[in-house]
Design a protein around this ligand. Structure first.
Ligand code: ATP
Length: 273
């Protein structure tokens, strides 16, 4: 069904305030917010607006969140879909979905179209294993490229996409007039982790002696999504322990749990290690 294939939110309510750290990335998308608010201001001197912004970085670092916040800041609709949804699809369906998505988006411009995991449709073409799903992926990619060429961003449709594998992307996607802007989103450093913990503990009932800086120093390598997960685990653990506020020990015991979960996930990805 169509609704599950892409998601449309009229008003995401997510703003830059929800995105902790990522100062440089936010400054770059700030420009996109300006375009969306007033496309004509930028095109009246003959300039051409960027069409596509590619967010590059490891999983869980806030790429989707940042795209959503860009829509939220500009108060425009946010269309999103995931490239991986297109992988197993009947012939012609993926391309038709892309066409339909862009038609909707043009009708509702200014807006943002976000494609998560774009590498699953945007992998280099023509290195095909002889599989029909691969052909269909290429059809979908070709449709995406032709849609990108066919619209003028002065109408205010800005395409954002995310990947953690920019190296496998088809170079056609990165040409001028397509995803010609790239923004790197890295895992947070110590200060970044403090900022993210601040955002995710805001709604929690914390005890007296919570030191977010200490927690940040105990979580090197955690992405934003892991820290969000940690905060929630700590809240659940404290509740299970019948407490009425969350204490350091609840966070610390949860760090162990989150790390164990991350290790399990890594094993699944690379089973020989
Ligand atoms: P993926 O590549 O796996 O799709 P992503 O980079 O798109 O990951 P998000 O889906 O944006 O990551 O992040 C998942 C969740 O992690 C967010 O909804 C948010 O709760 C939390 N999170 C990640 N980064 C940040 C951040 N910088 N500030 C606040 N919360 C964050």
């Amino acid at each position: 069904n169509k609704a599950s294939l892409y998601d449309q939110q009229k008003d995401t309510k997510v703003t830059f305030e929800d995105v902790a750290g990522l100062q440089e990335a936010k400054a770059e998308v700030e420009e996109v917010v300006e375009f969306l608010k007033n496309p004509q201001k930028f095109t009246k001197l003959g300039g051409v607006l960027p069409k596509g912004v590619l967010l590059v970085g490891p999983p869980g670092t806030g790429k989707t969140l940042l795209a959503k916040a860009t829509a939220g800041e500009a108060s425009v609709p946010f269309f999103s879909l995931s490239g991986s949804d297109f992988v197993e699809m009947f012939v012609g369906v993926g391309a038709a979905r892309v066409r339909d998505l862009f038609k909707q988006a043009k009708e509702q411009a200014p807006c943002i179209v976000f494609i998560d995991e774009i590498d699953s449709i945007g992998r280099t073409r023509g290195r095909g294993m002889a599989m029909s799903s691969n052909d269909e992926r290429e059809n979908t990619l070709n449709q995406l490229l032709s849609e990108m060429d066919g619209f003028n961003s002065d109408k205010g449709v800005i395409l954002m996409a995310a990947t953690n594998r920019p190296d496998i992307l088809d170079s056609a996607l990165l040409r001028p007039g397509r995803f010609d802007r790239q923004i790197m989103i890295d895992k947070p450093d110590l200060n970044g982790r403090v900022e993210i913990l601040k955002v995710h503990t805001k709604k929690l009932k914390l005890g007296q002696n919570i030191d977010l800086r200490v927690l940040a120093s105990q979580t090197p390598g955690f992405a934003g999504a892991d820290l969000a997960n940690l905060c929630n685990e700590a809240a659940l653990l404290a509740a299970r322990r019948e407490k009425d506020s969350i204490e350091m020990v609840d966070f610390q015991d949860s760090i162990e749990k989150v790390i164990a979960g991350l290790e399990r996930k890594n094993k699944l990805i690379s089973p020989d290690e």
